[in-house]
Write a protein that binds this ligand. Structure first.
Ligand SMILES: [Zn+2]
Ligand SMILES: [Zn+2]
Length: 352
């Protein structure tokens, strides 16, 4: 229905058919059905989740309950429902007391799609009526943030009509999807993300299945987010602060990456301050799932070192702090498939 709201100057004829029943049922009371109380779980963990999925409220095949059932079957901790241009899924009751449901919307414009996560209220949605290249995209993104939501660019290099991102990059931006069906589009998205990071933007990389229908899992790929508890504010804060690991499959644990400079240590999403020339010790702690994986260490988006993760899963790299930048790690299976990609740890170099 993209573009249906655009009417040519000569107007358009509309025919509306209203069917009434002879046995009117009382109208259902409007309002949000009860949701499980948050937090659903206490305790710091790398929670697994899907950040981009559709229901029958747009072009998805499943009801909210069916989608939630699928998420639980795949042992996801959280699920953001992101239907095109509406948040009506919130009016549906669902029974999945251990699944955190994050209200979202895929704001779908002719100049690209972006997700907002954390909109609450059945009437809450972000306006989508913005043409490609319209500077109003800035105020839409900023308005979503003011309402407490995060903003994430979706599939920026997808090939479908109206899907690739042709708007300017919003000044307010929390995340960008680096997952796409086509490998070259994934590489382009990764390059776009690195460009933003090198410009000094703090934007998290996320991966999603953009699930609509079919047998493919919801959590392939997925994200793990480090949060002190399983609640909407904690997961959103984790994404905003870059405590995110992209995983090929939601069942994969998050490798733990750390950077130590002297007495200070930072983990994924964090910042370490070093003296000029000081040694940076990079630690990568895997899990049995990553035994034998190839580990690439990247500095400012370029591979600077590689190694193979031994069984028992721990390896170290050393670099020296000569300039500010950011470090991250990619882990690959023996066949070259990307298993995990960690968001950056930033390095600041103190002036002598
Ligand atoms: Zn989309
Ligand atoms: Zn979508």
């Amino acid at each position: 229905m993209l573009g249906l709201y655009k009417v040519a100057p000569e107007g358009v004829d509309v025919e509306i058919t209203v069917e009434t029943s002879v046995d009117p049922r009382p109208a259902a009371p409007l309002g949000l059905p009860p949701r499980p109380r948050e937090p659903l779980r206490r305790g710091a963990a790398w929670y697994a989740g899907a950040l981009h999925a559709h229901t029958v409220h747009s072009d998805g095949a499943l009801t909210l309950q069916e989608l939630a059932g699928r998420a639980r079957h795949e042992r996801l901790d959280f699920l953001a429902v992101t239907d095109h241009n509406n948040t009506a899924h919130q009016l549906e009751a669902f029974d999945a007391p251990d699944l955190l449901l994050i209200a979202g919307e895929e704001v779908t414009t002719p100049g690209g799609h972006f997700n907002v996560w954390g909109l609450a209220g059945e009437r809450a949605y972000v306006d989508f009526r913005v043409a490609a290249g319209d500077p109003a995209i800035q105020s839409l993104a900023a308005g979503a943030r003011e309402r407490g939501a995060l903003v994430s660019i979706n599939h920026p290099f997808a090939s479908c009509f109206g899907c690739p991102w042709t708007h300017p990059v919003p000044e307010v931006l929390d995340a960008i999807e680096i997952s796409d069906e086509r490998p070259e589009a994934r590489l382009q998205a990764l390059a776009m993300w690195d460009l933003l990071l090198r410009q000094g933007r703090r934007v998290a990389a996320v991966a999603t299945s953009d699930w609509h229908r079919g047998a493919a899992p919801l959590g392939v790929p997925a994200v793990r987010v480090f949060a002190p508890e399983l609640s909407t504010p904690a997961i959103l804060a984790g994404i905003r602060e870059g405590r995110v690991v992209v995983v090929a499959d939601a069942s994969l644990p998050a490798p733990v990456v750390s950077v130590r400079a002297g007495e200070t240590v930072a983990f994924t999403g964090g910042l370490v301050r070093a003296r000029p020339g000081e040694a940076l010790q990079v630690g990568v702690q895997g899990a049995p799932e990553y035994d034998g994986a190839r580990v690439d260490l990247l500095w400012n988006g370029e591979v600077v070192a590689s190694g193979v993760l031994p069984a028992g899963g721990e390896m170290r790299f050393e670099r020296h702090a000569t300039a500010p930048g950011y470090l991250r790690v990619h882990l690959f299976a023996a066949g070259g498939t990307l298993l995990a990609l960690t968001n950056p740890i930033f390095v600041e170099v103190a002036q002598p």
